[in-house]
Ligand binder design. Structure first.
Ligand code: FES
Length: 149
């Protein structure tokens, strides 16, 4: 009867491993709830006066989750302001870098490049244009899906 304890140990090991696997699943679920894959608006967004973005600087539109920089007079670049690590919205711009308040990632406001981790993926670029002095982000043809247009 010396063979019985071994299967019992095997069963216990299996239970421990199953518990650990369950924790792993819970951690992944928590991460996805942080907004990792929250899509940007697909329709054009009016951000207001273009001259609110300083030349050589950038402005954060937290409510719209958009970052706009102006590397030179009349030239604008827009990016998602949602961190590519786990989805937090950037909270401020310092020295040409967008800061994520959650885990400290930093992004170049003129290229979207991740300068400091844990994020490694750049901020996605968004089309931006100026119409009547206002900044409009989003696809230029997005509003033409209206049959009356
Ligand atoms: S969500 Fe931005 S650094 Fe983690």
């Amino acid at each position: 009867m010396s063979g019985q304890p071994a299967p019992r140990r095997t069963v216990l090991k299996g239970a421990v491993l199953a518990g650990a696997a369950g924790l792993g699943v819970a951690a992944c679920s928590t991460e996805s709830k942080l907004g990792h894959a929250k899509p940007l608006p697909s329709t054009p967004v009016d951000l207001g006066a273009a001259d609110e973005v300083p030349v050589g600087g950038a402005k954060l539109y937290r409510e719209q989750r958009i970052l706009v920089s102006c590397p030179s007079e009349g030239k604008y670049k827009a990016f998602s302001a949602q961190c590519t690590h786990a989805g937090c919205v950037l909270d401020k711009i310092e020295k040409g870098e967008g800061n994520c308040p959650c885990h400290g990632s930093r992004f170049d406001v003129t290229t979207g490049e991740a300068l400091q981790g844990p994020a490694t993926v750049p901020l996605p670029a968004i089309p931006v244009r100026v119409e009547g002095g206002k900044l409009i982000t989003g696809a230029a043809g997005a509003a033409t899906s209206d049959p009356d247009a």
